[in-house]
Design a protein around this ligand. Structure first.
Ligand code: ATP
Length: 488
């Protein structure tokens, strides 16, 4: 099924109903930064909760972590980000707009991966047939140049001990840096995973399409450590797990697909990588990356061993850490400080890593787009968000039919009781039909109405968002009824 929602519809609904606002709007806004409003923060928290449950709590061998955003500069030297995390850009000589070279269009399809840039290779791109997205001039670009994506900041007040640090561009490195801590303090045994959700920052050259690509965003990443040789099986396992997560939470199968990376697209250390793509309603109705699942081999842990060796020599020489050269790998790297000892097999090795890396903001946007629906009801258009109950910001709304005859008191009491179990919203303002429509638009699965009959037989009506069907349910059965339907 094609996506019904157009991006403008989603943006307008998000603003109108308090899901997502432009950051610093009262000052004219800050480009590509967004704030989540009262409904948005509930939705996004539910997306994070659902990810955490599926990746951490449902697996005996996955544990969680929450690392700091600021990390030692050598982390980014070892990971390769300090030297290579850049986009190749070219400047239009007519209007001075800088664009990512891989976003420039001619007849080729749009391609949006960040790539690790080798500066020497930058000049080999032929831009003679590319169009400037701003002014439309063809082939009028400067030589491509790398543009670093990490935000820099300064730590410390004194010149002597102040350091240049980076805001992390991914959460994964905090996991690698804590690999040893987790092994030493828990009883995890390989194969096992460490998961984290948190903010990441990238000074993106081109941002587009609402919250799809922003400069501050949240990632949900898991590094799954396994014995070399078992990595291909675990790669397939996590691929499937992650795909199913989206469909189980309501994303339509037709709007989701895998796209394997071509060999020339793969990072040099990756053995395999696949994107989970969603058919977003922007551009030309493009398939865009929601999440990547990669086989990162033993690259990161080996690199951090090199980082640790480099630090030892830096203590003797001092100097600018961002400029330091990494020491070569030790010959017996398989026995290094980040190696793993398998007690049973009595062998030591550096584990391979399978990494599912998802964007929380991107998946939240996909859940919004996919849930959006419009239908004609009695000559009027009904807008609704058909959220999966686990994601719905408000699970239940409670209304008195009218503001008299004791109905508000009964409705208040029901709402107060239900709030102990899930998000519940009380509303007595306006005609009942309008109140239903407002909840449809917020994606609330059930509305409960207290009416004249309630006082007589202790029943209320429960209206289903999707079918609009109403059922009378006895108030003492209400909690069980709702928990069953909401699967909570
Ligand atoms: P893209 O190709 O879209 O720039 P990427 O391949 O560089 O993304 P990864 O480094 O694999 O992205 O990051 C993992 C996930 O983090 C992505 O699949 C996406 O969901 C999310 N993500 C990355 N960059 C951004 C961003 N600027 N804004 C929002 N989410 C992002």
């Amino acid at each position: 099924m094609a996506n019904l929602a157009k991006l403008e519809d989603i943006v307008s609904l998000c603003k109108r109903r308090g899901f997502i606002f432009q950051s610093s709007e009262i000052y004219g806004g800050l480009a590509s930064c967004y704030d989540y409003g009262p409904l948005g923060v509930e939705l996004k928290n539910n997306v994070k909760k659902a990810w955490w449950k599926s990746v951490v709590h449902m697996h005996d061998n996955v544990v969680g972590l929450d690392c700091s955003i600021l990390m030692h500069p050598l982390v980014w030297k070892a990971s390769g980000h300090a030297d290579k995390f850049a986009d190749l850009i070219a400047e239009c000589k007519s209007c001075n707009t800088r664009t990512r070279v891989d976003h420039l269009q001619n007849h080729a399809e749009e391609h949006t991966e960040h790539v690790n840039i080798d500066v020497e290779l930058a000049a080999t791109h032929d831009l003679s047939n590319k169009v400037c997205p701003k002014c439309g001039k063809v082939g009028n670009f400067t030589e491509p140049m790398p543009f670093k994506l990490m935000f820099e900041t300064q730590m410390g007040a004194n010149v002597d001990d102040s350091m240049t640090l980076y805001l992390r561009p991914e959460t994964a490195q905090g996991i690698f840096a804590n690999f040893k801590n987790v092994i030493d303090t828990t009883r995890v045994k390989i194969p096992f995973g460490i998961a984290q959700i948190g903010k990441s920052f990238r000074n993106e050259v081109t941002t587009k399409a609402f919250t799809f690509r922003t400069r501050e965003f949240e990632q949900a990443e898991m590094e799954f450590f396994c014995e070399p040789g078992t990595d291909e099986n675990w790669y397939e396992f996590w691929k499937e797990q992650r795909f199913n997560w989206y469909t189980e939470l309501g994303i339509k199968k037709d709007n989701l697909r895998f796209r394997d990376h071509d060999p020339d697209e793969l990072a040099h250390y990756a053995k395999a990588c696949v994107d989970v793509e969603y058919k977003f309603p922007f551009g030309s109705g493009d398939w865009q990356e929601l999440e990547g699942v990669a086989n990162r081999t033993d690259f990161d842990l080996r690199q951090h061993q090199r980082g640790m060796r480099t630090l030892n020599s830096w203590y003797e020489q001092k100097g600018d850490l961002t400029q330091i050269q990494l020491k070569d790998e030790a010959e017996d790297y398989n026995k290094g400080p980040l190696s793993y000892f398998d007690e049973q097999a009595k062998k030591r090795f550096i584990p391979y890593v399978i990494e599912p890396s998802a964007g929380i903001d991107r998946s939240t946007l996909a859940f919004l787009v996919d849930a959006y629906d419009e239908e004609e009801v009695k000559g009027e258009t009904r807008n609704l968000l058909r959220f999966h109950p686990a994601l719905a910001p408000t699970k239940v709304a409670v209304f008195p039919l009218v503001k008299k005859d004791g109905m508000p008191d009964i409705a208040h009491n029901i709402c107060k009781e239900l709030k102990k179990y899930f998000t519940c919203f009380y509303d007595q303002a306006g005609a009942i039909g309008r109140r239903y429509r407002r909840q449809d638009e917020a994606g609330t699965p059930f509305c409960i109405t207290v009416d004249g009959q309630t006082k007589e037989d202790n029943t209320v009506t429960v209206r289903d968002r999707d079918s609009m069907e109403q059922k009378r349910v006895s108030t003492d059965q209400l909690l069980n009824y709702l928990r069953d339907k909401l699967e909570i």
